[in-house]
Design a protein around this ligand. Structure first.
Ligand code: URA
Length: 239
């Protein structure tokens, strides 16, 4: 593996910052400063230090992306959410934890931690996802009650969801614990109002970072990762 890629792998340095740190001689491999960003290293066998401190190779990476409209939640070629990570963030095995529709914006967790993603996405874990929506026409009292009591969507009945409409009923937030295809749009439509804009603002314990412009991402902090893991494990298996 390339040294700059390794140094950038745990989120502490971008790829560019890693290359710069290497050129400045801040990185030593088996005690020897190495100034070539493309030097080949083996994270399992080589002893690597940054400014004399042992470098901890991250087993997994976790990014919070503010997904813009126009990108698909897949790993294939093209305008995918993975392409938004650019050369700095890319690492083999990264995938979006769940899907947002092409026109939906907001918080998408991108990771290569399959076991955690499995927990977070399991419908039996009831991890809450919260969305901001705008809709037309205004959602009615009856529509709100339908969403709060569980909407029959034909192929399945959505679980009761928490909805907080704005005063004019043309926008609001809705929190669901499932992740079926077009779920929020279908719930609102069934309740008599079409979604005109949708943005995920929370995923379990993770709130969308307001500092992230659409298309921007950042690594999760250790505290955010632990909280997410604790929440997914604590939700336990319910029916
Ligand atoms: N519900 C939807 O309808 N679309 C999304 O992208 C996410 C939830």
């Amino acid at each position: 593996m390339r040294l700059d890629k390794l140094i950038a792998s745990n989120g502490g340095f971008s790829r560019r910052q890693a290359a710069e740190a290497i050129r400045r001689g801040r990185i030593a491999v088996n005690g020897e400063p190495i100034r070539k960003p493309d030097a080949a290293v083996d994270p399992d066998a080589d002893r690597i230090t940054v400014d004399g401190e042992p470098f901890v190779y991250a087993l997994y990476v976790y990014y919070m992306l503010n997904k813009p409209a126009g990108y698909v939640s897949s790993t294939e070629d093209g305008d995918t959410v993975i392409a938004l990570l650019g050369e700095d963030g890319k690492r083999p095995g990264l995938f979006p934890c769940g899907r947002l529709d092409i026109d939906t914006e907001g918080l998408l967790l991108i990771t290569d931690d399959g076991p955690l993603a499995h927990l977070l996405l399991s419908p039996r874990r009831h991890v809450e996802k919260e969305y901001f929506f705008t809709c037309s026409p205004a959602i009615t009292d009856e529509g709100i009650k339908m969403i709060e009591s569980g909407v029959d969507l034909g192929d399945f009945t959505a679980k009761p969801a928490r909805i907080a409409p704005s005063d004019d009923r043309l926008s609001g937030t809705v929190a669901v614990t499932e992740g079926k295809f077009h779920q929020v749009k279908r719930m609102l439509s069934r309740a008599g109002s079409e979604v005109t804009y949708l943005k995920r603002v929370r995923f379990g314990t993770l709130d969308l970072d307001p500092a992230l412009a659409p298309g921007e991402y950042r690594p999760l902090t250790d505290d955010e990762i632990s909280a997410l893991r604790r929440a997914a494990e604590k939700e336990g298996i319910k029916q």
